[in-house]
Design a protein around this ligand. Structure first.
Ligand SMILES: Nc1ncnc2c1ncn2[C@@H]1O[C@H](COP(=O)(O)OP(=O)(O)OP(=O)(O)O)[C@@H](O)[C@H]1O
Length: 257
């Protein structure tokens, strides 16, 4: 198991256990997520990947059946501390889901949405951030002539990049991606993968994926989960070419569903 230098880690998960209505989904997980890198969570269906990802921006808060133990620290601060406002946490830790979910409004307004909520920007400044976010999401050239068109007029892959632009516009430090390309065609998937790689100069990315090739292509570190446990966590090259544990090897070679 690798030990990421605490000074280089953005998120630190320590002894995290989580249960739904008393049924354990995560058991005593400890890992550090390095800053400005892509970390992938892989593992068979039901192993707890999404549960872990969602815990990182407190998406379980509204589920009263969820019980949790352990710590999650963002840049050293416990995210459940009373002084942490959940809306601000979610601005700092953005999330993109499997199915693109643009709001029923124009392309421009989707990206400006969070900025308007925050307030304080003049139109020209807002226009600049919208352009910057769309460029960062590799979508600007495709939409710059039709910013007023409905977001729903975009293809599925474009919609997913729009959702990423919307998330980037409020300048998060971490971007959580839950199977962001699984509903997309191969070309759109490739674009999302290129985008993920390009974004790590700006922020820290955490990716849940079923697709091991995708994890191998885009991530720097990979965590293999099984049955709610963290089995192995290593630099991606090492995990895929030289797994230390038989359970990891069985999974990556397809001998474990
Ligand atoms: N809202 C929920 N209520 C009750 N149990 C849940 C809930 N969400 C997930 N679980 C259970 O927790 C366990 C982990 O699920 P989770 O969705 O985190 O796994 P996963 O690895 O992301 O799976 P998949 O790859 O199929 O999405 C599973 O047994 C699942 O049935």
């Amino acid at each position: 198991m690798i030990d990421i230098d605490p000074g280089a880690s953005c998120l630190e998960i320590q002894g995290l256990s989580l249960a739904y209505a008393g049924t354990p989904a995560l058991s005593d997980l400890t890992l550090r997520v390095p800053r400005h890198r892509v970390t992938a969570f892989i593992g068979p269906s039901g192993c707890g990947k999404s549960t872990l990802l969602r815990a990182l921006n407190r998406l379980h808060d509204l589920n009263e059946t969820v019980s949790r133990r352990g710590a999650i620290r963002l840049e050293g601060q416990e995210i459940h501390a009373p002084e942490v406002a959940v809306a601000e946490l979610r601005r700092r830790v953005g999330m993109v889901f499997q199915t693109p979910n643009p709001f029923p409004m124009s392309i421009y307004e989707n990206v400006a949405f969070g900025l308007r909520l925050q307030g304080g920007l003049r139109k020209r400044q807002r226009d600049e951030v919208v352009e910057w976010a769309l460029r960062s999401a590799a979508l600007w050239d495709e939409v710059k002539e039709r910013l007023g068109a409905s977001a729903w007029s975009l293809s599925g892959g474009q919609q997913q990049r729009l959702v990423i632009a919307r998330t980037l516009a409020v300048k998060p430090e971490v971007l959580l991606l839950d199977e962001p390309a699984s509903a997309l065609d191969p070309i759109s998937t490739l674009k999302i993968e290129e985008l993920i790689r390009s974004l790590k100069s700006q922020l820290t990315l955490v990716l849940v994926t079923h697709n091991m090739q995708q994890a191998a292509r885009v991530s720097d570190y990979t965590a293999f989960l099984h049955g709610g446990e963290l089995v192995e966590y290593a630099p991606t090259d090492a995990l895929f070419t030289n797994p230390r544990l038989v359970r990891t090897e069985n999974y990556i070679t397809g001998r474990m569903a």
